[in-house]
Design a protein around this ligand. Structure first.
Ligand code: HEM
Length: 138
Protein backbone atom coordinates (compact mmCIF):
# COMPACT_ATOMS: atom_id res chain seq x y z
CA UNK A 1 0.00 0.00 0.00
CA UNK A 2 1.63 3.24 -1.14
CA UNK A 3 1.19 6.69 0.46
CA UNK A 4 -0.72 7.72 -2.69
CA UNK A 5 -3.10 4.81 -2.20
CA UNK A 6 -3.67 5.79 1.42
CA UNK A 7 -4.50 9.34 0.32
CA UNK A 8 -6.87 8.02 -2.32
CA UNK A 9 -8.66 5.75 0.15
CA UNK A 10 -9.04 8.59 2.66
CA UNK A 11 -10.39 10.91 -0.02
CA UNK A 12 -12.90 8.40 -1.37
CA UNK A 13 -14.01 7.30 2.11
CA UNK A 14 -14.72 10.94 2.98
CA UNK A 15 -17.21 10.90 0.07
CA UNK A 16 -18.68 7.44 0.76
CA UNK A 17 -19.06 7.71 4.53
CA UNK A 18 -21.79 10.42 4.44
CA UNK A 19 -23.91 8.12 2.25
CA UNK A 20 -24.58 6.28 5.53
CA UNK A 21 -27.30 3.64 5.42
CA UNK A 22 -27.28 3.69 1.62
CA UNK A 23 -23.85 2.07 1.83
CA UNK A 24 -25.26 -0.57 4.19
CA UNK A 25 -28.21 -1.37 1.95
CA UNK A 26 -26.04 -1.65 -1.17
CA UNK A 27 -23.36 -3.67 0.59
CA UNK A 28 -25.55 -6.34 2.20
CA UNK A 29 -27.82 -6.51 -0.82
CA UNK A 30 -24.81 -7.31 -2.98
CA UNK A 31 -23.24 -9.67 -0.43
CA UNK A 32 -26.38 -11.80 -0.17
CA UNK A 33 -26.75 -11.78 -3.94
CA UNK A 34 -23.18 -13.11 -4.25
CA UNK A 35 -23.76 -15.73 -1.54
CA UNK A 36 -27.30 -16.09 -0.17
CA UNK A 37 -26.09 -18.62 2.43
CA UNK A 38 -24.27 -15.83 4.31
CA UNK A 39 -27.56 -14.22 5.34
CA UNK A 40 -28.15 -16.64 8.18
CA UNK A 41 -24.88 -15.64 9.90
CA UNK A 42 -26.23 -12.16 10.62
CA UNK A 43 -28.42 -12.09 13.73
CA UNK A 44 -28.51 -8.37 14.47
CA UNK A 45 -30.60 -5.86 12.57
CA UNK A 46 -28.78 -4.81 9.44
CA UNK A 47 -28.75 -1.09 10.17
CA UNK A 48 -26.87 -1.66 13.42
CA UNK A 49 -24.60 -4.14 11.70
CA UNK A 50 -23.95 -1.68 8.90
CA UNK A 51 -23.07 1.05 11.39
CA UNK A 52 -20.49 -1.24 13.09
CA UNK A 53 -18.96 -2.06 9.74
CA UNK A 54 -18.80 1.60 8.70
CA UNK A 55 -17.33 2.61 12.06
CA UNK A 56 -14.64 -0.03 11.74
CA UNK A 57 -13.87 0.99 8.17
CA UNK A 58 -13.52 4.58 9.34
CA UNK A 59 -11.13 3.57 12.13
CA UNK A 60 -9.03 1.56 9.69
CA UNK A 61 -9.01 4.27 7.01
CA UNK A 62 -7.98 6.92 9.53
CA UNK A 63 -5.29 4.65 10.95
CA UNK A 64 -3.65 3.57 7.69
CA UNK A 65 -0.56 5.69 8.34
CA UNK A 66 0.08 3.74 11.56
CA UNK A 67 -1.11 0.29 10.62
CA UNK A 68 0.76 -1.46 13.44
CA UNK A 69 -1.69 0.19 15.86
CA UNK A 70 -4.62 -1.48 14.11
CA UNK A 71 -3.27 -5.01 14.16
CA UNK A 72 -4.41 -6.01 17.63
CA UNK A 73 -8.04 -4.91 17.29
CA UNK A 74 -8.34 -6.34 13.77
CA UNK A 75 -6.93 -9.69 14.91
CA UNK A 76 -9.38 -9.74 17.84
CA UNK A 77 -12.26 -8.97 15.48
CA UNK A 78 -11.06 -11.75 13.19
CA UNK A 79 -11.23 -14.22 16.09
CA UNK A 80 -14.80 -13.09 16.86
CA UNK A 81 -15.64 -13.63 13.20
CA UNK A 82 -14.63 -17.29 13.51
CA UNK A 83 -17.26 -17.57 16.26
CA UNK A 84 -19.86 -15.91 14.01
CA UNK A 85 -19.32 -18.85 11.63
CA UNK A 86 -17.37 -16.89 9.01
CA UNK A 87 -15.20 -19.07 6.77
CA UNK A 88 -11.96 -18.19 5.00
CA UNK A 89 -13.55 -18.01 1.56
CA UNK A 90 -16.25 -15.59 2.80
CA UNK A 91 -13.61 -12.85 2.91
CA UNK A 92 -13.55 -12.83 -0.90
CA UNK A 93 -17.32 -12.29 -1.11
CA UNK A 94 -17.11 -9.40 1.37
CA UNK A 95 -14.26 -7.83 -0.63
CA UNK A 96 -16.24 -8.07 -3.86
CA UNK A 97 -19.38 -6.63 -2.21
CA UNK A 98 -17.40 -3.77 -0.68
CA UNK A 99 -15.67 -2.80 -3.94
CA UNK A 100 -18.96 -3.03 -5.82
CA UNK A 101 -20.68 -0.84 -3.20
CA UNK A 102 -18.00 1.85 -3.43
CA UNK A 103 -18.29 1.79 -7.20
CA UNK A 104 -22.08 2.19 -7.03
CA UNK A 105 -21.88 4.95 -4.45
CA UNK A 106 -19.03 6.94 -5.97
CA UNK A 107 -19.42 6.24 -9.68
CA UNK A 108 -16.74 8.03 -11.77
CA UNK A 109 -14.87 9.13 -8.63
CA UNK A 110 -14.14 5.45 -8.02
CA UNK A 111 -11.39 5.17 -10.61
CA UNK A 112 -9.31 2.08 -11.36
CA UNK A 113 -6.60 3.49 -9.08
CA UNK A 114 -9.11 4.01 -6.29
CA UNK A 115 -10.31 0.44 -6.72
CA UNK A 116 -6.75 -0.90 -6.51
CA UNK A 117 -6.12 1.20 -3.42
CA UNK A 118 -9.25 -0.14 -1.69
CA UNK A 119 -8.34 -3.69 -2.70
CA UNK A 120 -4.96 -3.18 -0.99
CA UNK A 121 -6.64 -1.85 2.16
CA UNK A 122 -9.07 -4.74 2.19
CA UNK A 123 -6.20 -7.20 1.78
CA UNK A 124 -4.49 -5.65 4.79
CA UNK A 125 -7.70 -5.93 6.87
CA UNK A 126 -8.52 -9.47 5.80
CA UNK A 127 -4.92 -10.70 6.19
CA UNK A 128 -4.80 -9.28 9.70
CA UNK A 129 -8.22 -10.55 10.72
CA UNK A 130 -7.76 -13.96 9.17
CA UNK A 131 -4.22 -15.07 8.31
CA UNK A 132 -5.40 -18.46 7.05
CA UNK A 133 -7.70 -16.82 4.48
CA UNK A 134 -4.68 -14.81 3.33
CA UNK A 135 -2.58 -17.94 2.83
CA UNK A 136 -5.37 -19.54 0.86
CA UNK A 137 -5.97 -16.69 -1.57
CA UNK A 138 -2.26 -15.87 -2.04
C1 HEM B 1 -12.34 -6.75 6.43
C2 HEM B 1 -13.43 -7.45 6.62
C3 HEM B 1 -14.47 -7.23 7.70
C4 HEM B 1 -14.69 -6.18 8.54
C5 HEM B 1 -13.94 -4.85 8.61
C6 HEM B 1 -15.82 -6.55 9.40
C7 HEM B 1 -16.36 -5.75 10.42
C8 HEM B 1 -17.26 -6.21 11.36
C9 HEM B 1 -17.59 -5.52 12.59
C10 HEM B 1 -17.00 -4.19 13.04
C11 HEM B 1 -18.50 -6.28 13.26
C12 HEM B 1 -19.11 -5.96 14.62
C13 HEM B 1 -18.76 -6.98 15.70
C14 HEM B 1 -17.29 -7.32 15.88
O1 HEM B 1 -16.37 -6.52 15.62
O2 HEM B 1 -17.04 -8.46 16.29
C15 HEM B 1 -18.75 -7.45 12.45
C16 HEM B 1 -19.63 -8.47 12.75
C17 HEM B 1 -19.96 -9.49 11.90
N1 HEM B 1 -19.38 -9.74 10.67
FE1 HEM B 1 -17.83 -8.77 9.86
N2 HEM B 1 -16.25 -7.79 9.04
C18 HEM B 1 -15.46 -8.24 8.02
C19 HEM B 1 -15.56 -9.44 7.38
C20 HEM B 1 -16.64 -10.28 7.48
C21 HEM B 1 -16.88 -11.44 6.66
C22 HEM B 1 -15.95 -11.95 5.56
C23 HEM B 1 -18.06 -11.97 7.05
C24 HEM B 1 -18.73 -13.16 6.42
C25 HEM B 1 -19.95 -13.12 5.96
C26 HEM B 1 -18.55 -11.17 8.16
C27 HEM B 1 -19.69 -11.41 8.90
C28 HEM B 1 -19.99 -10.84 10.13
C29 HEM B 1 -21.01 -11.35 11.02
C30 HEM B 1 -21.91 -12.55 10.79
C31 HEM B 1 -21.00 -10.50 12.16
C32 HEM B 1 -21.89 -10.60 13.40
C33 HEM B 1 -23.25 -10.14 13.10
C34 HEM B 1 -24.25 -10.38 14.22
O3 HEM B 1 -23.87 -10.41 15.39
O4 HEM B 1 -25.39 -10.51 13.85
N3 HEM B 1 -17.67 -10.15 8.37
N4 HEM B 1 -17.98 -7.37 11.29
Amino acid sequence: MTPQQITLVKRTWALAEPLGDTVTVLFYGRLFELDPALRRLFKKDMQAQGRSLRTMLGVVVNGLDKREKLVESLAASGRRHVNYGVKDQDYDAVRDALLWTLQQGLREVFTADARDAWAAVYRFMADTMNPSAATKSA
